[in-house]
Design a binder for this molecule. Structure first.
Ligand code: GLN
Length: 308
């Protein structure tokens, strides 16, 4: 695909932002301009990056952080320990639902991409306190997104922390039921910060390209994660990456993907593409409204539906 074609598809799908709304349960996100749409595609075959629209605009990574943090937790603890703590089952519940821990006879959070499972994942990151955990998380994000300019968005972080009572309740529930270990306020502080990191669609495309490329950064040939962890993470993205919209997304788009309430979407097409999308107006499930429509067209154009 050429940049020109991507710009055309962005133009065609732009109006879908009107079908969504920016997240308002985190006050700082409510101030983001909904009229934005951008995409970056890293082509593993040509090693070229195709960018269009608002691909270079910085926005909050939010739940897409659950991917690099899971990868880091696996590096720190190994696959076995991580998935003894967090299950890998999809859930039909909203991302912040308490049901993601309760309807589960195994008494573990159901998967690492709902908030409960993500907070449990952050609890496994090595580091004596929130500062140390977050330092390790942000350095890993810089490396895997190939983006040294990634920073913490202080405004979003304070907004998340101030209004994060549902996340607090999930974390204390897990601690009270011995689902997680460690100091809950420190774990939550690291979690709020990991969600508030500013990324671009381009950086997200590069992260997805590492997943698509079996764990090797295609821009320099360095192995950043094991092939097994890249495979596992793509599987969980397929079954649970878009919360209670994962099934519909799989049917209509058909690529392993992960969303965030900042309006981001990452998609990793095995052995072919890493894709990053940004458009902040969200559908009722908390996934980017125009982002999904654009991704659907691009996947079709690239013949990239993994189920075809
Ligand atoms: N920081 C957000 C939260 O914890 C992330 C949720 C999301 O992106 N779906 O509520």
């Amino acid at each position: 695909m050429e940049g020109k074609e991507l710009e055309q598809l962005i133009g065609k799908n732009f109006h879908y932002y009107q079908t969504g709304q920016v997240a308002d349960y985190i006050p700082a996100l409510a101030e983001v301009d909904p009229k934005q749409l951008g995409m970056a595609i890293y082509d593993l075959d040509t090693k070229q990056l195709i960018e269009g629209g608002d691909a270079d605009v910085r926005f909050a990574i939010e739940s897409m952080s659950k991917v690099p943090v899971l990868l880091l937790a696996i590096k720190d603890n190994g696959i076995e320990k991580v998935f003894q703590t967090i299950n890998t089952e999809p859930t039909g519940f909203a991302f912040n639902s308490i049901m993601n821990m309760e309807i589960n006879h195994r008494k573990h959070p159901m998967n690492p991409f709902v908030n409960a499972g993500a907070i449990a994942t952050t609890s496994l990151i090595a580091g004596k306190d929130a500062d140390e955990k977050f330092e390790r998380i942000i350095s890993f994000m810089k490396e895997i997104c190939d983006d040294p300019d990634i920073t913490l968005n202080e405004e979003i972080y304070h907004s998340e922390s101030r209004t994060g009572d549902i996340n607090r309740s999930l974390a204390y529930y897990m601690k009270g039921n011995q689902m997680i270990e460690g100091d809950v306020p420190e774990i939550l502080d690291a979690y709020f910060r990991q969600c508030s990191v500013n990324v671009t669609a381009t950086g997200i495309a590069k992260l997805a390209a590492v997943l698509a490329n079996k764990g090797i950064a295609p821009w320099n040939g360095n192995r950043l994660i094991t092939e097994e962890s890249a495979t596992i993470v793509k599987s969980i993205m397929t079954t649970a990456g878009l919360y209670d919209e994962s099934g519909e997304f799989s049917v209509h788009v058909g690529v392993p993907a992960k969303s965030g309430v900042g309006g981001g979407l990452m998609a990793a097409v095995p052995n072919r593409y890493g894709i990053g999308v940004f458009s902040p107006a969200l559908d009722p499930f908390g996934n980017s409204a125009a982002g999904i429509q654009l991704l659907k067209d691009v996947v079709k154009e690239l013949d990239a539906d993994i189920f075809e």
